[in-house]
Design a binder for this molecule. Structure first.
Ligand SMILES: Nc1nc2c(c(=O)[nH]1)N[C@H]1C(S)=C(S)[C@@H](COP(=O)(O)O)O[C@H]1N2
Ligand SMILES: [Mo]
Length: 245
C-alpha cells in the first residue's frame, strides 16, 4: 500500500469508530452490533433513525398491482399446540401482550377484530430475493400496545410465534402506522401458510421481520436476557436484526 492509501484506510476506520461511538451515545446501536457486519449494521440503523422521520411510510399500491400468484415461505408449524388451534378454527387461540405494560392483556381473534382496522396494499420482500404485493388487513400494533398501556421504560417489542422463529422491533417501528397485527390477506381471512390466525406485518422492513403464527408479544427495556440476546433469530442465521427498506 502507498502511504496515501494507508492514511485513507486509517481515516475511514477512525471515522467508523467515531460514528459508532456517537451512535452509542444517542442510543442508536442495534441489539446485534457485534458480528462481522457490526459497524455497518450500526451505521445503517443509526442513519435510518436519524435521517428518516420515524413515520416515513412504505409505498402503498393500487389494487390493480396486487400479485396474482405469489409464493409462501415455509409450512405452518407442525406442533400439537398449533395444529389443535388450527383444527378448532382458532376459536381457542389467544394473543398475550405482557412485559412492561400497565395491563397485561389476552386477546382472542374476535377481540382483535373489534378494534378499528387498517388495510394497506404493500410489498412483502423476502431476503431471499422474491417479493409480492398484497392487501393486508389488521389492527395497528400501536392500538394493542396502547390498550395494554406501554410502560415508560419500554424500548423494544418482542414477538413469539408457534414455531422457533422470533423477532423484535424498536418503538418507532412498533408504533409505525403501517405496522399491523394482520388477520386478513387480499380480503380473505389470513391463510394458515401466511401466518394464521394473526401475524405481524412490518412493510418498512424485510419479510423475515413479519413474524407469522403469533402467540405472545412482550414489551421490554432490554433484549440482552431474551434467548440469544440479539433481539431476533436472524443474527444466528446470518441476517441483521435491523432489516429496514
Ligand atoms: N413464525 C414465522 N414467521 C415468519 C417466518 C417463519 O418461518 N416463521 N418466515 C419469515 C420470512 S423469511 C418471510 S419472507 C415472511 C414470508 O411471509 P409469507 O409466507 O406470507 O410470504 O414471513 C416471515 N415470518
Ligand atoms: Mo424471507
Amino acid at each position: 500500500m502507498t502511504r496515501r492509501k494507508i492514511v485513507t484506510a486509517a481515516a475511514s476506520v477512525t471515522g467508523l469508530a467515531v460514528a459508532a461511538n456517537l451512535a452509542d451515545r444517542y442510543g442508536l446501536v442495534p441489539p446485534d452490533p457485534g458480528g462481522i457486519y457490526g459497524v455497518g449494521e450500526t451505521l445503517t440503523y443509526a442513519a435510518q433513525r436519524v435521517l428518516m422521520s420515524h413515520h416515513s411510510m412504505a409505498r402503498e399500491f393500487d389494487r390493480s398491482r396486487i400479485t396474482r400468484v405469489f409464493p409462501v415461505n415455509g409450512k405452518p408449524p407442525d406442533n400439537d399446540d398449533y395444529q389443535r388451534l388450527l383444527s378448532g378454527k382458532f376459536a381457542d387461540w389467544r394473543l398475550t401482550v405482557d412485559g412492561l405494560v400497565a395491563r397485561p392483556t389476552i386477546f382472542s381473534l374476535a377481540d382483535l377484530m373489534r378494534f378499528p382496522s387498517r388495510t394497506h396494499i404493500t410489498q412483502q420482500e423476502c431476503e431471499e430475493g422474491w417479493s409480492f404485493i398484497a392487501e393486508w388487513t389488521g389492527v395497528p400494533l400501536s392500538t394493542l400496545l396502547s390498550t395494554a398501556g406501554i410502560g415508560a421504560r419500554a424500548k423494544y417489542v418482542v414477538f413469539f410465534p408457534f414455531d422457533e422463529n422470533w423477532d423484535s422491533l424498536d418503538l418507532p417501528d412498533a408504533f409505525h402506522p403501517q405496522t399491523l397485527i394482520a388477520y386478513g390477506l387480499n380480503g380473505e381471512e389470513l391463510p394458515p401458510p401466511h401466518g394464521a390466525p394473526a401475524r405481524l406485518r412490518v412493510p418498512r422492513q424485510l419479510g423475515y421481520k413479519s413474524i407469522k403464527y403469533l402467540s405472545r408479544i412482550t414489551v421490554t427495556d432490554s433484549l440482552k436476557n431474551i434467548l440469544n440476546g440479539k433481539g431476533s433469530i436472524s443474527p444466528d442465521l446470518g441476517y441483521s436484526w435491523y432489516a429496514g427498506i
